[in-house]
Each structure stands twice: as structure tokens, then as C-alpha cells.
Design a protein around this ligand. Structure first.
Ligand SMILES: CC(C)(COP(=O)(O)OP(=O)(O)OC[C@H]1O[C@@H](n2cnc3c(N)ncnc32)[C@H](O)[C@@H]1OP(=O)(O)O)[C@@H](O)C(=O)NCCC(=O)NCCS
Length: 169
């Protein structure tokens, strides 16, 4: 019988190539048909291995969900970027490869990020989600997020609505 190790751990510089692949696959699946093709290509292309390498070396908080010897998904998080919202922390991104979705790993990555933020004093936090990303909206609702703000984001010619979910502890 073989045992598969499932763990969360901080990203290291030697994860940069696999992280770029994970990002590519997860974003392509999540946003095809939602974000216009050329814009999505741009967003994916600029997040190659060197982008991830730089982010990791600069100390960005990036947590990985490791399944066996593979990166199944990641979350990155830190200080809340929207000064107008009275929340300390923010989960910037949380993405799983399609084959690892629906298994509780999203909840695990989220809880890990929330705990890590709380440990550095950021006991309240937000997440922004495109309103049309229905699975992600359902996920953040299931995790107890409260809708606290709405905004829009432009992708080329297309303007999409987005929602901010918040947690206060
Ligand atoms: C959204 C995402 C992070 C969720 O992670 P996941 O591992 O699939 O979700 P989990 O299995 O941990 O589910 C946690 C809870 O959310 C609920 N949930 C997850 N996806 C759902 C969906 N599509 N519809 C309804 N509920 C959903 C689950 O039922 C579960 O609730 P429960 O614990 O009360 O039963 C993951 O599917 C993903 O990476 N999607 C593509 C990328 C993306 O859209 N990321 C978010 C961008 S902001």
C-alpha cells in the first residue's frame, strides 16, 4: 500500500516552474469564456516562472497545497490593497487545478491563509471575486463570507462586475 502525502507549505524558489504551470491551468479553466481570450492570454503569459520566482524571493506570502509530489493549488495573500475597506488582510488569489477541485482542498488553503493572516495580526480579511465566477462565489459563501462591496474590472473591451467577501474573525 502506498501513502500519498497531502500538506500545505510555503512556496520556495524551486516551486516557480510548477507554480506557473498550476496558475496557467487553473486560470485557463476558470476564466475561459469569461475573460476575453487575448486578455486572458496576457494575464497568463506575464505570470511565468520568473514572475513567481521574484514574488517568492521578495517574501510574498504564497501557500501551496501539495498532493504527493505535485502542486494541486495555491493561495497568495497579504495586506488588504483597498484602503477604503476597513479590513486588514486580503486573499489575493486561491486556485486549484481542475482535477483537485471539490475535494476540500480549497477550504484547507483558505483556512491556512486566514490563520496565517490572523497570526500576523490581520484578523479581518477580504477576497475579491468576479460575480460571474459562480463556483467561486458559491465557495466563498459556503465558507461564511459576507458580501461587503461591489466594483468592476476592465479586461480589454469587456467590463466585469466583481464582489468583495469579508470575514471578521
Ligand atoms: C473555488 C475553489 C477555490 C474552491 O475549492 P474546492 O476545493 O473546489 O472547494 P472545497 O471542496 O474546499 O469546498 C468548500 C465548500 O465550498 C462549497 N463549494 C465549492 N465549490 C462549490 C460550487 N461550485 N458550488 C457550490 N458550493 C461549492 C463546497 O460545497 C464546500 O462546502 P461544505 O464544506 O459546506 O460542504 C476551486 O474550485 C477553484 O480553484 N476554482 C477555480 C479557480 C477559482 O475560481 N478561484 C477563485 C478565484 S477568486
Amino acid at each position: 500500500m502506498s501513502t500519498i502525502l497531502i500538506e500545505t507549505r510555503p512556496a520556495r524558489p524551486d516551486d516557480a516552474v510548477s507554480l506557473a504551470e498550476t496558475h496557467d491551468e487553473a486560470w485557463r479553466t476558470a476564466y475561459q469564456g469569461l475573460i476575453p481570450g487575448p486578455e486572458l492570454e496576457k494575464l497568463i503569459t506575464r505570470r511565468g516562472p520568473s514572475w513567481w520566482d521574484t514574488a517568492i524571493r521578495r517574501g510574498s506570502r504564497i501557500s501551496l497545497l501539495i498532493f504527493g509530489d505535485e502542486i494541486a493549488g495555491y493561495a497568495n495573500y497579504g495586506r488588504n490593497r483597498a484602503k477604503s475597506l476597513p479590513y486588514a488582510g486580503e486573499v489575493y488569489e486561491l486556485y486549484l487545478k481542475p482535477e483537485y477541485q471539490g475535494l476540500g482542498f480549497g477550504r484547507r488553503l483558505f483556512s491556512n491563509a486566514k490563520r496565517d493572516l490572523a497570526q500576523s495580526g490581520q484578523t479581518s480579511m477580504v477576497v475579491w471575486v468576479l460575480s460571474d465566477n459562480e463556483p467561486a462565489v458559491a465557495f466563498y459563501r459556503a465558507l461564511g463570507g459576507r458580501t461587503i462591496a461591489r466594483s468592476t474590472e476592465r479586461f480589454g473591451q469587456k467590463v466585469l462586475d466583481k464582489l468583495a467577501f469579508a470575514w471578521t474573525r
